[in-house]
Design a protein around this ligand. Structure first.
Ligand code: ADP
Length: 328
């Protein structure tokens, strides 16, 4: 059976980008067709300045939202990365096959490091080695597929390179995984700045739709989205990034095709209204289930405890084999 692994960082409140780019497919498709593991990657949240209590709180909130989105622990495995030591054990072994040049070429590292330096901070070494830990997350489970948004494809490519190199040098140990990216919604852009992706750690939330935003807040954010200087609704990523982003979001929420939706809406106003309503409808059941789950936090803790146990049982033999192969 195909094995799927994917993760989400507890670095902020989950966004519509996380949902349309990744989580929705995990819940609606992947968990039913594959042996799936989904992980709240809390160790990754330590690569930048963080408040320890907030990371702990967001880890639980992220897990709760994954359950609210439909992740079902009866058919898949949901857990916190830090509960399974195999991730860090394997990460060190992979650091011994990765090169520093490879790490410095990662686009996300360059962008995040520049942001840290712009604020006068110093870049943590773990920010540079983050993609190695991510490779360990995936390879420890011998995953075949990694369902992610477009921003993560470079890291999955690096994971493939490290797996192939390790296998070649030390004998076949890892499955070489591939990224799977959704046809629409793979790159949801910030509503106020359609040149950059909608990220959960964006400094201002005005252009970011959070999964727990109230319907009126969602409507206001979408209605205030930056559009382009033209008047007609055209699908054109380079020339009309703002309008194109709305068309993508609308298509991802309604199951339509972004290019044909451009013909349905004559004005930016009509496109924004339709998009706002579609987003509110997509988030409604999720918000309701989240409210129910919050009434019983013990249930989430139990899911995470059981999940870690299941995950450990899968990861340990592979990481043990990697240790033996490399000479330990
Ligand atoms: P973030 O950048 O919000 O911190 P993560 O690194 O935790 O996101 O990613 C969790 C998943 O959500 C990944 O599969 C990632 O590719 C996807 N994702 C994040 N932002 C977006 C976006 N704006 N559009 C589409 N997918 C996204």
């Amino acid at each position: 059976m195909t094995r799927v692994f994917s993760g989400v960082q507890p670095t902020g409140h989950l966004t519509l980008g996380n949902y349309l780019g990744a989580m929705r497919r995990w819940a609606e498709v992947d968990q039913y067709r594959a042996d799936s593991l989904f992980c709240v990657v809390d160790l990754h949240a330590l690569t930048v300045d963080h408040d320890p209590a907030r990371v702990s709180r967001l880890s639980r909130q992220t897990a709760t939202l994954l359950l609210a989105a439909g992740i079902d622990p009866a058919v898949c495995t949901l857990f916190l990365q830090s509960h399974v030591d195999e991730h860090t054990r394997l990460s060190y072994l992979l650091e011994c096959v990765a090169t520093d040049g490879e790490m410095r070429r990662m686009i996300q590292y360059k962008e995040k490091a520049a942001r840290v330096r712009d604020r006068g901070g110093s870049v943590r070494l773990s920010l540079l080695t983050y993609p190695v830990l991510m490779a360990a997350d995936i390879l420890a489970y011998r995953a075949d597929e990694v369902p992610v948004g477009e921003d993560q494809t470079q890291h999955v490519q690096l994971t493939r390179d490290l797996a192939e190199r390790f296998n070649q040098r030390y004998g076949h140990t890892f499955v070489v995984p591939r990224a799977t990216v959704p046809p629409v919604g793979a790159r949801v852009m910030n509503l106020q700045n359609p040149g950059s992706k909608m990220g959960k750690s964006d400094r201002t939330g005005a252009g970011v739709v959070y999964l727990l935003d109230e319907p009126d807040v969602v409507r206001r954010k979408v209605m205030r989205a930056v559009t382009d200087s033209g008047r007609d609704v055209v699908y054109d990523t380079a020339g009309r990034p703002g309008v194109t982003n709305l068309l993508e979001i609308l298509a991802a929420c309604t199951g339509g095709n972004p290019e044909s939706l451009a013909d349905v809406h004559d004005t930016y106003g009509s496109l924004k209204e339709a998009t706002a309503e579609a987003v509110v409808e997509v988030l409604r059941p999720l918000r309701e289930r989240h409210r129910e789950l919050c009434a019983d936090p013990g249930q989430v803790e139990e899911v995470l405890r059981d999940g870690a146990e299941k995950a450990r049982a899968v990861a340990r033999p592979t990481v043990d084999a990697a240790c033996r192969a490399i000479g330990l």
